[in-house]
Design a protein around this ligand. Structure first.
Ligand SMILES: C[S@@+](CC[C@H](N)C(=O)[O-])C[C@H]1O[C@@H](n2cnc3c(N)ncnc32)[C@H](O)[C@@H]1O
Length: 315
C-alpha cells in the first residue's frame, strides 16, 4: 500500500517546504494563490459532525477532544473555533507589514489575534504532525491545546504521546491521507482507550479501503457522503492537472465534470459505531447540498474537440 500511495503522490505537486516553516505565512501565500478552499467548504460539515457527537455525550462532559492528524499550523482548529476563513487569513499574512516581521513577532501577534475572538467551538484540538515547527506554532498561538510531533509511518507513539491523545473523541484529518497510510491509523486506534469517531476528507485519487479495514477491526462502520465532493484547490500547472486525471482514470474514478473542471476534489468518509450509523445514517446527519460555490482564478479544464482531448485555461 505504501508503494501505491507513493505512486499516486508523484502525480501531485509537492509543497513540502511550506509545512516546516516556523509560521504559516508561506503556507497561506502558496496555497492561497491556488484558491485553497477546502477548509472553508469543510467547516460547516465538520461543525455539524462535531455538534452531533457533542450532543451524544452528557452535558457535564465539557468540550470534545479532537485529534487532528496532519494538523499543520492548526487550520482546522482555527476554522472551528473562530469566525475566520481561509481568505481572511490569506489576506492577513500577505500584507506587506506582516511579511516584514520575524517569526517570533508574528507568533506573538497571532496569539493576540486569536485570543481576541470568542471561541464558538465545541471542541479542543490536539494536533499530530511530523512537522515540529507547525505544531509548535499551533500550540504557541493557542489554536492547539495539545501537540504530538511524530511520523507514525515510521515511529511509534511514546508513553507521553499516548497520555496526550488518551481522551480523544474524534480523529479528524483534512488533506493528510496519502501523506499518511493506514499504518498511522492502526497505531492510533491501538493506543486509544475509547473508540473515537473518525472523520476524513480524502482526495479522490487515494484509496480509503485500507483505512476502512483497520477501523472496522476496531468496531467502526464507515460511510462515504455520496451526495457531493469538496473542491480542494486549483491545479498548480497543466502537468499536475494531466497527471491527476490519468491517475484517477487508472484507479477507475471518472474525473469528468469534477477534476476535469480544474479543481482537485476530496470526499468525506465518516466512521462511527454500528448502532450510531443505524440510528442516524451520515446523509441524515448532514444538511449540505452542493459544495462547489467558491469562485476561483483561471482553471485548467479538459475539453474534447474532434475526438481529441485538449487542456485549456478557463478564466
Ligand atoms: C497538505 S497538509 C494538510 C494540512 C491541513 N490539515 C489542511 O487541511 O490544510 C499535510 C500535513 O501532513 C503533514 N504530514 C506529512 N507526512 C506526515 C506523517 N507521516 N505524519 C504526520 N503528519 C504528516 C505535513 O507536515 C502537513 O502539515
Amino acid at each position: 500500500v505504501k508503494n501505491q500511495f507513493s505512486v499516486i503522490n508523484a502525480s501531485k505537486a509537492s509543497f513540502d517546504t511550506i509545512y516546516t516553516q516556523p509560521d504559516p505565512r508561506a503556507y497561506y501565500s502558496v496555497l492561497g494563490e491556488l484558491d485553497y478552499m477546502i477548509p472553508d467548504l469543510a467547516r460547516p460539515v465538520i461543525r455539524q459532525l462535531l455538534s452531533a457527537r457533542h450532543r451524544s455525550q452528557p452535558k457535564t462532559a465539557g468540550k470534545l477532544r479532537v485529534l487532528d492528524v496532519g494538523c499543520s499550523y492548526g487550520i482546522n482548529a482555527a476554522m472551528h473555533k473562530y469566525p475566520v476563513t481561509v481568505s481572511t487569513l490569506n489576506r492577513r499574512y500577505t500584507r506587506r507589514e506582516m511579511r516584514l516581521l520575524g517569526p517570533e513577532e508574528l507568533i506573538g501577534l497571532d496569539r493576540h489575534y486569536y485570543a481576541s475572538w470568542p471561541d464558538i467551538g465545541v471542541a479542543n484540538f490536539t494536533g499530530l504532525d511530523s512537522s515540529g515547527p507547525a505544531v509548535n506554532y499551533g500550540l504557541q498561538v493557542g489554536l492547539l491545546e495539545g501537540g504530538v510531533v511524530r511520523n507514525l509511518e515510521q515511529e511509534s507513539l511514546s508513553s507521553e504521546d499516548q497520555a496526550r491523545i488518551a481522551g480523544t473523541d474524534i480523529i479528524l484529518s483534512t488533506g493528510c491521507i496519502g501523506y499518511v497510510t493506514e499504518v498511522t491509523y492502526q497505531k492510533l486506534m491501538q493506543a486509544l482507550p475509547h473508540t473515537p469517531w473518525v472523520i476524513s476528507f480524502v482526495l479522490r485519487m487515494f484509496p480509503y479501503e485500507p483505512f476502512i479495514r483497520v477501523l472496522s477491526d476496531h468496531g467502526l462502520v464507515t460511510e462515504k457522503l455520496t451526495s457531493t465532493s469538496f473542491a480542494q484547490r486549483r491545479f498548480r500547472d497543466a502537468d499536475e492537472f494531466q497527471r491527476t486525471l490519468q491517475v484517477l482514470r487508472e484507479r477507475g474514478v471518472d474525473p469528468s465534470g469534477i477534476e476535469s473542471q480544474g479543481l482537485l476534489h476530496a470526499e468525506l468518509w465518516v466512521s462511527r459505531p454500528a448502532e450510531e450509523v443505524q440510528k442516524r445514517p451520515l446523509a441524515k446527519l448532514l444538511t449540505i447540498s452542493n459544495s462547489l460555490s467558491h469562485s476561483t482564478g483561471a482553471r485548467y479544464v479538459m475539453v474534447e474537440q474532434g475526438g481529441a482531448n485538449y487542456v485549456v485555461m478557463e478564466p
